[in-house]
Ligand binder design. Sequence first.
Ligand code: KIV
Ligand code: ZN
Length: 385
Amino acid sequence: MRRIQIFDTTLRDGEQSPGISLSVEEKVEIAHQLARLKVDVIEAGFPITSEGDFEAVSRIASEVEGPVIAGLARIHQEDIERAWEAVRWSRRPRIHTFVGTSDLHIEHQMRSTREEILSGAAEAVRLAKSLCENVEFSPMDATRTDIGYLAEVVAAAVEAGADVINIADTVGYTTPAEFAAFLRELKERVPGLAERVLSVHCHDDLGMAVANSLAGVEAGATQVEVAVNGIGERAGNASLEEVVMALVTRKDYYGVEVGVETRQLANTSRMVSNMTGYDVPPNKAVVGRNAFLHESGIHQDGVLKDRRTFEIMKPADIGLEGTNIFLGKHSGRHALKEALADLGYTLEGETLKRAFKRFKELADHKKTVTAADLEAIAADEVGSF
Ligand code: KIV
Ligand code: ZN
């Protein structure tokens, strides 16, 4: 079965989220957690950008074992050498070099030409390869690049020795079907790509980063670049937990394997949220606090009889323990009975009926009925029995 490499860029692209600035210690701690999560690659930073980033990448490279440790570099010689100085301490270092390939980027951002970028990319990969065994090349804004020119750049990077070719949807512009067709055409135009790792890197500007990444997998990508909680430039990157759980839960459909220890997902999400100060929306897929809560009576009743009725993943699969019943005004008597039993109260018949009536009255006024509220009702009813 095809194995999909999970490349985590929380510490690089994720840290490029407006307002996020992690200390070296925090980055090292997150990197250790990513190793426990068993991601395949950690992009630890962009060493040329600051002393702090350089130090963080160097520390992670020397301390964190397991995943490949990558450092980002533009196609400039000084970037590549600096990235190498930082990642070289890892047992499994990677230099990741990138350049914009769309005409918009070439003409308006870099004020260069297609020819210069083509030769610059090949030279950069050659230099990186002379320093480091493992080299990734990313054509930035690839999805808005003329495919004929993109194929030339990718072929040159492959020829120069790139091990991984990462197709970036830098501004979250593509759509799933379009992206899959684009990747298939690129593979046809660059036969040498078949012997390399094809990677995808999708942003979420139109809310399609995860869908586009999964379409990439369907089109043959074997590396997906993601960030914990989907943080990253602007609207963020494809969310690690969503991509992983989609591949795991729908293994029947995608037919691929991932090496991630999914029971570390909830912990990792919490740690990144606490350290970045970026809250996880309650209704976020997989790691939002409501992702496994059932409020309506029908759903609660179903879940209590057989969780599979309304749950496609188990909370324990992502490392969550405990009750998955949210008691609110839509909850049913069965759910109340179970929640009371968890608190040590066995209410039946008339007592349960009265407790349920009081619970409903309370839930009408209070958004969340707490364990303390339930205990008060139960103790009262049991006492009056
Ligand atoms: O979005 C992007 O194009 C990037 C590259 C550096 C891969 O982050
Ligand atoms: Zn990016």
